[in-house]
Design a protein around this ligand. Structure first.
Ligand code: HEM
Length: 337
């Protein structure tokens, strides 16, 4: 969720240095944060729209969240929970946008785009920062709702328990959240360093930065997994869940393309023992490294096939909407199946 391999590569063959205000090591965090203001405003507008949509659905009795947790039918009382959901959705949408931009930059050059490569890089950096802010806002609003909810405890207890439930892995102890919340925390805690390390890459070295930044895909996968597992608006086997699965198809397809035809020649797959096309690789890959790279490409291909199968078959892990809504065992608990 910050600039792609191309951005950090500097003098690497076939890849340019990122555009933007120059500091030692490239664009600086402060300058990018300033450029992110319009993007953040757009993200807040999207969040507000999603919030109003979710709120209206609660009021009209169509909300899946209320079907899962009937005590939430009072939209006014639980507005912070619905705002947390809205930040979750804008966060996921921005994560989708930024990962697509990153893959466009680090994969084969698209023939025609209405934006320059430098503009694409800048947009990638900016959307990465916005994504981080939205993820944090999503978690903070959930914590704020827990503080509000536990009105019978002292303020210290309320803050402490909300902090533990929200931010400490294993702290949330009921229902599906025992697994889903640590997955969300994993995404958040990995996103922060992997996104921001770009701004200190001159200290850690572009090579190290590039190696670490690849793991940003894990952040995205964890975010989607967390949502499919825990999002009450995609709880049932209905169109919102199908749409979420469908959105993953272009990501998997671009990731596969990026692996098969990376922009950086040094990353192209050559037979072990044979020198690659670029001059920036000192030695050919050894057999274990080569096998791991092939396995990675096969795995992503299998994921793509799996996604097509899920979307085509409709077997997407969604539950059947029950006739009488079930009662949860604990506050904010989505049950355990
Ligand atoms: C500390 C980390 C996190 C915590 C405590 C957390 C908490 C939660 C909770 C409690 C829900 C259930 C809301 C519902 O009833 O639907 C949820 C859903 C969701 N979360 Fe997270 N989350 C975290 C990280 C993330 C991250 C990193 C993302 C990625 C953008 C994300 C995106 C979402 C989305 C899209 C939903 C679905 C909301 C809905 O169904 O309307 N979460 N999260």
């Amino acid at each position: 969720m910050s600039p792609d391999a191309a951005s950090a590569s500097g003098s690497q063959e076939g890849v340019r240095e990122p555009d933007g205000p120059r500091r030692r090591g490239g664009p600086a965090l402060k300058a990018d944060a300033r450029s992110a203001v319009p993007d953040v405003c757009a993200a807040l507008a999207v969040t507000a729209t999603v919030f109003l949509f979710l709120f209206a659905r609660v009021r009209s009795g169509e909300s899946s969240t209320v079907a899962v947790m009937p005590f939430m039918k009072d939209a006014g009382a639980y507005w912070m929970y619905f705002l947390s959901q809205a930040f979750g959705w804008s966060g996921l949408l921005w994560a989708w946008i930024t990962i697509m931009l990153g893959l466009l930059l680090s994969g084969p050059r698209p023939g025609r785009l209405p934006i320059s490569r430098a503009g694409l890089e800048r947009w990638h950096r900016v959307t990465s920062l916005t994504t981080l802010a939205l993820m944090v806002a999503h978690a903070l609003m959930f914590a704020a709702e827990l503080v509000r909810y536990k009105a019978e405890s002292t303020w210290t207890e309320r803050f402490w328990e909300a902090f533990v439930d929200t931010f400490v892995p294993g702290g949330y102890s009921s229902g599906t959240g025992r697994l889903a919340i640590p997955i969300g925390q994993g995404a958040l805690y990995l996103a922060i360093p992997l996104g921001l390390l770009f701004y200190v890459r001159h200290r850690i070295g572009p090579h190290t930065w590039r190696r670490l930044h690849r793991f940003i895909v894990v952040v995205y996968v964890l975010s989607v997994w967390h949502t499919l597992l825990y999002g009450t608006n995609v709880w049932y086997a209905e169109w919102p869940r199908t749409a979420l699965w469908l959105l993953q198809l272009p990501v998997a397809a671009l990731l596969l393309l990026r692996l098969l035809r990376p922009a950086r020649r040094a990353e192209r797959l050559t037979w072990p023992g044979r020198r690659g096309g670029g001059t920036d690789r000192p030695s050919p890959p050894r057999l274990p490294a080569w096998a791991a790279r092939v396995a990675g490409r096969v795995a992503v291909g299998a994921v793509l096939v799996g996604l097509v199968a899920v979307v085509a078959s409709g077997h997407d892990g969604g539950r059947e909407r029950p006739a009488p809504a079930p009662s949860p065992q604990a506050p904010h608990d989505h049950g355990s199946d």
